[in-house]
Design a binder for this molecule. Structure first.
Ligand code: ARG
Length: 594
């Protein structure tokens, strides 16, 4: 289905043609002066240069050809040569009908070619608790995954755990310090290892920072940690068994945290999963002549002629032969290509990894690990800051655990709900859980990913302004009007695959709402192409505003003209559907009541 802008442009292009000018001049844009008109065309200005005519003359000639147009209500030539365009209400109503008539219920979204997409997000590392820095990877990644799915693509979300490097050796070394008698450390032990892990999640979370601290001060300790890493990677039985315990305990805790965020992965793969593929990959890279030795390390050059910034080579093996983060990422690309043949891979990390991913992507392409026509996208996101503009911290200056951050917002939301009305505790808890998640996620997603933003609890939990709760209030408001309509004997129209009874707008607020509603397919498609959920936030904020203006001005249920009333109800149903679909793509839901 064509976008409304394309349809209007088609009319204006035909008019340019009829008046004897290049039809391409008839491209229309949304008006940047909504007080004057709805759409505008600046083609006469460009045409003036080509045809050596005054732009105002061209604009007037084109406007003349647009009289009695089925789409355009008014095309007004204004100096020095713009066309100010207003569209017909009947055209708008027809357009909305066509949207709801789409059989797949997707309101005009088209998926010409079904793709396979992998979203690599979450960024969790084993044995380390999630902190506020992990929020964005999880929240933005989850949304990108859902948008891709809604677009009809086969989409796989992978957490890609950091579960292999020195961090694991550190944890094992510290465990050995504390419990040297465990069978895992006894090389002559041949029996079965215990099923129970010899530590709890709380201990595990304390072990990593302790070990990491010690290794920075004590060379000997660090050496032991490196040896432990090597033993683990070389497959020493006791070390693998202990590692498996660390994985199980840590993963169970990570799952619980991601559940609380309504974030769900299809794959719980990690760096360790590609360990065995590395030797073959290195062989392939060497034999292909892609590598060279630099200071003892094996590298692939990825610099290009056009670079005007520093572009160091991509390191494949360190001088001691050990693999690195790069190596596992390249092997993962190779593995994914083989298993899933993805058309697109999207990675989410902090923007400090921008250069890193550029090196890895270039290396993968240059060496043929992936075809050049496949999309590799890295979304490098900005920092979550506190109100002081510095990275968000706990009150005493420590790293903020994600779990506590969520709890904090939830408590705040709960208090607000209890303040506002008389409601029992359980209901208030259930509602606050849903709304606080929306507050956090929308607060994050409404910012363009690459920008830093301020995590402002008061603002995010407010029911006014560009916030999650505001969107939810709007949804709940629509639901309650529709419920009343039904309880008064009304019948809701079916908008899945049916041309609904939209009517010609009878007020400016109604027309604005209808115009907003037409943008759904274009917005979602754009959000997919650009891997940019903030576009969906901007869309639903505009839509919610348009709806609320309509609601404040128009008496919906007391309208006596039956046809008009049905038209209003159709608008409510469509608005509800668009808002609900969009928040689902953002990764949160709405409560029945608020
Ligand atoms: N665990 C990594 C980190 O903490 C992020 C992983 C991102 N994904 C990837 N394929 N490299 O930085």
């Amino acid at each position: 289905m064509k976008t409304i802008l394309e349809l209007i442009s088609d009319e204006v292009k035909t008019a340019f043609n009829k008046a004897g000018y290049d039809p391409e001049l008839g491209q229309v844009t949304v008006s940047n002066r909504p007080d004057l008109c709805e759409y505008q065309c600046n083609g006469a200005m460009a045409g003036a240069k080509v045809y050596h005519k005054a732009p105002a003359v061209i604009a007037a000639e084109v406007a003349d050809k647009l009289k009695d147009d089925p789409v355009i209500e008014k095309a007004e030539p204004v100096n020095p040569g713009f066309l100010n365009i207003t569209i017909k209400g009947s055209f708008l109503a027809d357009y909305l009908k066509q949207m709801t008539a789409c059989e797949d219920g997707r309101l005009g979204i088209e998926t010409p070619k079904k793709q396979t997409v992998i979203v690599d997000y979450g960024g969790a590392n084993v044995a380390k608790p999630l902190h506020v820095g992990h929020l964005r990877s999880a929240v933005i990644g989850e949304s990108i995954k859902r948008i891709s799915r809604y677009m009809g693509h086969e989409t796989i979300g992978d957490v890609h755990l950091g579960d292999w490097g020195l961090q694991m050796g550190l944890v094992i070394t510290e465990l050995k310090e504390r419990y040297p008698d465990l069978p895992y450390f006894d090389d002559s032990y041949e029996g079965e290892y215990p099923n129970e892990a010899p530590f709890t999640i709380n201990e595990l979370e304390e072990i990593y920072p302790t070990a990491s601290g010690k290794s920075k001060e004590d060379e000997e300790y660090k050496k032991r940690a490196m040896e432990a890493t090597a033993k683990l990677q070389n497959g020493v039985r006791g070390y693998r068994a202990l590692w498996q315990h660390i994985m199980n305990v840590s993963k169970a805790d990570l799952k619980r945290n991601y559940d609380a965020l309504n974030v769900e992965f299809d794959l719980w793969k990690g760096e360790s999963d590609v360990h065995d593929l590395i030797p073959d990959m290195v062989k392939y890279l060497k034999e292909g002549g892609y590598t060279r030795i630099s200071d003892g390390a094996l590298v692939v050059d990825v610099k290009e002629e056009t670079d005007n910034k520093e572009m160091p080579p991509c390191m494949i093996l360190k001088s001691d032969g050990a693999s690195l983060y790069n190596t596992t990422d390249l092997a993962t690309i190779m593995d994914r290509v083989k298993k899933y043949d993805p058309d697109r891979m999207v990675y989410l990390t902090d923007k400090r990894q921008n250069l890193y991913f550029e090196q890895v992507f270039r290396c993968a392409r240059k060496t043929g690990l992936i075809d050049p026509d496949k999309e590799l996208i890295h979304i490098g996101f900005g920092t979550v800051n506190g109100k002081d503009g510095k990275p968000f911290k706990t009150r005493d200056g420590g790293v903020m655990r994600l779990e506590y951050l969520i709890k904090d917002i939830d408590d705040r939301m709960y208090a607000r709900i209890k303040e506002n009305r008389d409601i029992d505790d359980d209901e208030a808890k259930a509602i606050s859980k849903i709304v606080s998640l929306a507050a956090i996620k929308y607060g994050d997603l409404s910012n363009q990913a690459s920008k830093d933003y301020i995590f402002d609890v008061d603002k995010f939990t407010s029911s006014e302004g560009n916030t999650g709760p505001y969107i939810l209030y709007t949804i709940v408001r629509i639901k309650s009007i529709l419920e009343r309509f039904v309880s008064e004997g009304g019948k809701l129209p079916d908008i899945e695959g049916k041309a609904c009874g939209f009517t010609v707008p009878d007020s400016a607020v109604m027309k604005s709402l209808m115009m907003e509603l037409t943008g759904f397919a274009q917005t979602v498609t754009g959000a997919y192409t650009e891997a940019a959920p903030h576009r969906i936030c901007a869309y639903i904020y505009g839509l919610a505003n348009a709806f609320n203006s309509f609601y404040h001005e128009v008496r919906i249920l007391s309208e006596e003209d039956e046809q008009k009333k049905q038209g209003y109800i159709a608008l409510l149903v469509l608005t509800l559907k668009e808002l609900s679909t969009c928040i689902d793509m953002l990764g949160f839901g709405a409560p029945e009541k608020m």
